[in-house]
Structures are given as structure tokens and as C-alpha cells.
Design a protein around this ligand. Structure first.
Ligand code: 13P
Length: 288
């Protein structure tokens, strides 16, 4: 099976009251580990690529080629979408051209009229090619790829206007933050989430900053209309932790333990295990 758009898998998740994870990839190890997790958990999956990660992986065309080849080589049969995360206007166009099956256009830092106008243009272009589109209203807190946002709460009226353009799923700030959550984090704002879901006429919603949110808040967010949860930091942390343990135990110095296929193996395994755990938590396991 080829890569698919995320429209159908998210629609099914919204109807079935679970969420599909978007797990961000950084390289070949991440791609293999997350695809292995999806196959083992029998779960649909969205591979997220930030613009910075796209550059790191030598450009969007290379990302498309790598993901397609790994997908086929591993014999993956669960639905897989390749999605641009927090795309600029130009980045979204480039990914549509390069063969991504889903894009996010993040116009949340423009004034609202410009966000609407640019979102409309990306929607028309992407939908003409069967590519799903995520748009954003209201910033997500924290720092991602050098862009800082204060984590404002999205305005339900603005969410309604953007949703009505025909976006497939909508990212809306509800107190969520990219990166590690600080000890004094106020938690997700469920009142605002419920208002947004009501104002958007039941549009599937996206929860960014999915790393480290307590399970009860994840489940409540899903019950209120969140159907896609983005995770990046959590997989980076488990990879780094497993790799540090390997080196601190001196395993790179035993025999040929310095061989990258051995050195990176514990981190890759940790990514697969954490991804399976999150797929079960989000309810997408066995929903492929
Ligand atoms: P985390 O890095 O906090 O998991 O956020 C990921 C994300 O929202 C990608 O858009």
C-alpha cells in the first residue's frame, strides 16, 4: 500500500473517539522505529516532519523517497501519512510538490485575515491533489524549531471561520505547550476545547505538544473532539536516555559496540516501545 492522506484515518478516529498519533521523524532510525511500532500495534500513523527536520534530512524530496522506500522495504500494511508539521506558506507548497500526503499550514502568527487567505490557497492546492490539510488558530506554547509562542487560547469564532474553509483537522491552542511541560503548567483548558469543538461543528481537532500530558487529560481531550495528537519531544527523550545508558555502561567499548548499528539500536528500540505505548494510550492500536 502507498502512503495515504490523513483525512480518512482522522475522520474514523473522530467518529470512533480515539486519536491517531503524529510522531515526528528526524532520520532513518526514527522512521524505521515508528513504522515498526505502527505495524506491531496495528495502528494508523502520521509521520510528522518539521521544516527544520526536512532540511536536516536533505530536503523534502529525500524525505518522501526515504519514507516510501522504508515503508515498502518493511512491508508496512497499516495506513501511513507523511505530514509537514508547522509548515510555512512556501514550505507547504514545496511539500505538496514533493509528494507529502498531508500538510499543516501554520498561519497562526499572521493577522487573522492573512491566515484565512493563505490557508484558503493551501487548501485549494492540496485538496486538488488529494492531500489533507491542517491549519492553526492561536499559538501553541513553548519553542519549536526556534519559533516561540506564548500558548494563547484559540478564539472559538476564529476557529469556526478557519474550520469552515474545509480544513481536514484543526490545531487550536488550549494551553498546550511544545517541549517539556513546566512544573507549574496549568493543564489543558477543557472549557475552551469544548467551546471550540461546538463552534467548529465537530471538526476533528489536533493536540500539539502531546509529550508528557497526563493520561487523564489525554483521554478527556479525546472525548471532547481531539483526534490527532502530536508527539516529538517524548521520543527524543527516550532515544537520548537509552543511548546515554549504553555509552555510560561502556558498551560502545566492548567488542564492536561502537558500530552505529549497535550504538543506535537501544535508542531505536526505545522509540518503538514508547510509540506502541502511546498508540495504546491514544486508542489507535488495532484500528488500522
Ligand atoms: P512535543 O515536542 O511537545 O511532543 O510537540 C510536538 C508537536 O506538537 C509537533 O507539532
Amino acid at each position: 500500500m502507498v502512503l495515504v492522506s490523513a483525512t480518512e484515518m482522522i475522520k474514523k478516529a473522530h467518529e470512533g473517539h480515539y486519536a491517531v498519533g503524529q510522531f515526528n521523524i528526524n532520520n532513518m532510525e526514527w522512521t524505521k522505529s515508528i513504522l515498526a511500532a505502527a505495524q506491531e500495534a496495528n495502528s494508523p500513523v502520521i509521520l510528522g516532519v518539521s521544516e527544520g527536520a526536512g532540511k536536516y534530512m536533505a530536503g523534502y524530496k529525500n524525505v518522501v523517497a526515504m519514507v516510501k522506500e522504508i515503508h515498502d522495504y518493511m512491508g508496512i500494511t497499516v495506513p501511513v501519512a507523511l505530514h509537514l508539521d508547522h509548515g510555512t506558506f512556501e514550505g507547504a507548497k514545496a511539500c505538496i510538490e514533493a509528494g507529502f500526503t498531508s500538510v499543516m499550514f501554520d498561519g497562526s502568527h499572521y493577522d487573522f485575515e492573512e491566515n484565512v487567505a493563505k490557508s484558503k490557497e493551501i487548501l485549494a492546492l492540496a485538496h486538488s491533489k488529494g492531500i489533507s490539510v491542517e491549519c492553526e488558530v492561536g499559538g501553541i506554547g513553548g519553542v519549536e524549531d526556534g519559533v516561540t509562542s506564548n500558548g494563547e487560547l484559540a478564539d472559538p469564532k476564529e476557529c469556526a471561520d478557519i474550520a469552515a474553509l474545509g480544513v481536514d483537522f484543526l490545531a487550536a491552542g488550549i494551553g498546550n505547550i511544545h517541549g517539556k511541560y513546566p512544573a507549574n503548567w496549568a493543564g489543558l483548558n477543557f472549557d475552551r476545547l469544548a467551546e471550540i469543538q461546538a463552534s467548529t461543528d465537530g471538526k476533528p481537532l489536533v493536540l500539539h505538544g502531546g509529550s508528557g500530558i497526563p493520561q487523564d487529560q489525554i483521554l478527556k481531550a479525546i472525548s471532547l473532539g481531539v483526534s490527532k495528537i502530536n508527539v516529538n519531544t517524548e521520543l527524543q527523550l527516550v532515544f537520548a536516555d537509552a543511548t546515554r545508558k549504553y555509552i555510560e555502561a561502556g558498551k560502545d567499548l566492548e567488542g564492536k559496540g561502537y558500530d552505529p548499528r549497535k550504538l543506535l539500536a537501544p535508542g531505536a528500540k526505545a522509540i518503538t516501545e514508547k510509540t506502541i505505548e502511546l498508540m495504546k494510550q491514544f486508542g489507535s492500536a488495532d484500528k488500522a
